[in-house]
Design a protein around this ligand. Structure first.
Ligand code: ARG
Length: 458
C-alpha cells in the first residue's frame, strides 16, 4: 500500500519504486518506529485529538505488530516503500479505521528524523558499553604489567624504556576520550523532532514537550525546518566512530608488528588467529588486519554523509535517505570490531622477557646516561656528544651500554664512576620517571587507581 496514491493517475514504474524504496534497510528500526508512534498517539489522545478508544485500538495494534515482528510471525515485505508505510498499512489491516488516524499531525519527515535519532541513541549506548569492556581488559593488562619493561619508540626506532602498562595506558586515554565524545554527541542530539511535521509544524495543538518526555528526550527541538533536515548528529557520530576505528587501527598495527617473527613481543591466541592454505607454518593476525582494514569503510561513511549534506537546501530532501545504510554499516562495523578486538587483547600472550631484552638492546638508556653526566656538572650538549661516541663504540663492539667496561667510559670522560651502571639500568631509567603520566611505578599506580575509579563510575 502507498501512503500517497491519491493525486496520481498512473502506477509507479517498478524500477522507480525499487530505486526510491528504503524498506530493505530502514526495517532495522521497526521497533523505534513503533515506539515513536505509540508516544505520538498517546500525546494525541491527551490533547483530545484522538478519543481514548481510538488511542487504545492503535496502541494495541502497534504492540501486536511489534510482538509479531519479534517472534517472527509477521514478515516485512518489499512492496512497501519504507518501514513507516509498512507499519501503517499493517495497522490499518489489523484494526481498520482508527489505524487511519495514526498519522494525524505527523509527516514521515519528522517521523524518520525521530526513528533515526532513537535508533542511533540506543546504538551509542551499546557502543559505549562495548568500549568499556575493552577498557576493562586494557586496565587489567596495565595493572599486571607495571614492571614489564619494553622499548618505547619514536620513528619506530627504539627511544627510551617504558613499561607495557604505560604503553597500554596510552590507549586507555584514547578510548576514554572516545567515550566522552559519544557522551557529548548523545547530549547534543537528545532533542525530539516529532511534531515538526513536514517542515512547518502542524495546526493541531500537539504537546511536543510531552512526546519528548515520553521518549526520554531532554525536550523538543526548536525549529521545525531544522528538525527535519538536521543530520549533524550523524556526522558527529560518524566522526567519533572514525576516531574510535583510527585508535583501534593504530593498536592493531602495533599488535601485528609485535606478533611478527621479528618482534615476538606478543602471541595472538590460536582462537584469534588464522592459517594459510598453502604455508603450513603460518599463523596470521587476520583479526587485527581486518579491524585495521575496516577503518577505511567507516571513514568512507563520514565523507559520504558530509558530501551528501553539503548542497541540500532546507528542508527535507530525499538525498537524506542516504544517511541510513552508511550509518548502519558504520555502527555495525564498529561494534563487531570492538567485540573482536577486545577478545583478541584479552587472550593475547605477552612475551615479557623478549620485550625486556629488546629494551636493553637499543640504547634506550642513552638519554639517562647523558643525564648522569649532566648531574655531574657536564653541560647537556657536551654530554650528548660524549654518549654519542660511547654508543658508536658499543655498536662497534656489539654490546649494550650496560656492558661497556668502566675504563672505556673513563677514556672518553673521567666523570664516569662505578655508579653509572646503576644510573642506566632499565629499572632506574623507568623508575626515575615518576611524574604523573610517566612510566615509573609510583606514577603508574596512581593512574591505574584513577582509571579503576573511572571504570567504576562510568
Ligand atoms: N524513507 C525516507 C527517508 O529515509 C522517509 C522520509 C520520506 N519523506 C518523504 N517526504 N518522502 O528519508
Amino acid at each position: 500500500m502507498k501512503l500517497w496514491g491519491g493525486r496520481f493517475t498512473k502506477e509507479t514504474n517498478q524500477l522507480v519504486h525499487n530505486f526510491n524504496a528504503s524498506i530493505s534497510y530502514d526495517q532495522k528500526f521497526y521497533k523505534q518506529d513503533i515506539l515513536g508512534s505509540i508516544a505520538h498517539v498517546t500525546m494525541l489522545e491527551k490533547q483530545g485529538i484522538l478519543t481514548p478508544e481510538e488511542k487504545d485500538a492503535i496502541v494495541n495494534g502497534l504492540q501486536g505488530i511489534l510482538t509479531d515482528l519479534e517472534n517472527g510471525t509477521l514478515e516485512i515485505t518489499a512492496e512497501h516503500e519504507d518501514i513507516h508505510s509498512f507499519v501503517e498499512a499493517n495497522l490499518i489491516e489489523r484494526i481498520g479505521d482508527p489505524g487511519k488516524k495514526l498519522h494525524t499531525g505527523r509527516s514521515r519527515n519528522d517521523q524518520v528524523a525521530l526513528d533515526m535519532k532513537l535508533y542511533t541513541r540506543d546504538e551509542i549506548v551499546a557502543i559505549n558499553d562495548l568500549m568499556k569492556e575493552l577498557m576493562v581488559v586494557i586496565h587489567r593488562v596495565m595493572a599486571e604489567n607495571i614492571d614489564t619493561f619494553m622499548p618505547g619508540f619514536t620513528h619506530l626506532q627504539k627511544a627510551q624504556p617504558v613499561t607495557l602498562a604505560h604503553h597500554f595506558g596510552a590507549y586507555f586515554e584514547m578510548f576514554r576520550r572516545d567515550r566522552s565524545r559519544l557522551r557529548d554527541i548523545y547530549d547534543r542530539m537528545n532533542y525530539c523532532p516529532l511534531g515538526a511535521g513536514a517542515l512547518a509544524g502542524t495546526t493541531y495543538p500537539l504537546d511536543r514537550e510531552y512526546t519528548a518526555s515520553l521518549l526520554k528526550f531532554d525536550g523538543p527541538t526548536f525549529n521545525s525546518m531544522d528538525s527535519v533536515s538536521d543530520r549533524d548528529y550523524l556526522i558527529e557520530l560518524l566522526s567519533a566512530l572514525s576516531t574510535i576505528m583510527m585508535h583501534m587501527s593504530r593498536f592493531c598495527e602495533e599488535i601485528i608488528l609485535w606478533n611478527s617473527n621479528e618482534y615476538r613481543f606478543v602471541e595472538i591466541d590460536d582462537s584469534y588467529s588464522t592459517g594459510s592454505s598453502i604455508m603450513p607454518q603460518k599463523k596470521n593476525p587476520d583479526i587485527a588486519e581486518l579491524v585495521r582494514g575496516k577503518t577505511g569503510r567507516v571513514y568512507g561513511a563520514l565523507i559520504s554523509l558530509l558530501t551528501t549534506m553539503k548542497g541540500i537546501p532546507l528542508a527535507y530532501n530525499k538525498d537524506m535517505q542516504e544517511d541510513k545504510e552508511l550509518t548502519f554499516d558504520a555502527i555495525d562495523t564498529v561494534k563487531g570490531c570492538l567485540a573482536l578486538f577486545t577478545g583478541m587483547i584479552d587472550t593475547m600472550k605477552f612475551n615479557k622477557d623478549i620485550m625486556e631484552d629488546s629494551a636493553k638492546h637499543g640504547f634506550t638508556n642513552a638519554t639517562d646516561a647523558a643525564d648522569y653526566l649532566v648531574n655531574h656538572g657536564v653541560p647537556f650538549r657536551d654530554a650528548h656528544g660524549i654518549i654519542g661516541q660511547l654508543v658508536l663504540l658499543c655498536i662497534d663492539k656489539g654490546i649494550p651500554l650496560d656492558e661497556l667496561p668502566l675504563e672505556e667510559y673513563k677514556k672518553i670522560s673521567p666523570v664516569f664512576e662505578e655508579d653509572i651502571y646503576e644510573a642506566i639500568s632499565m629499572k632506574t631509567c623507568v623508575e626515575k620517571r615518576n611524574t604523573i603520566g610517566a612510566p615509573g611505578q609510583e606514577a603508574m599506580k596512581q593512574v591505574i587507581a584513577a582509571n579503576a575509579r573511572y571504570l567504576e563510575e562510568s
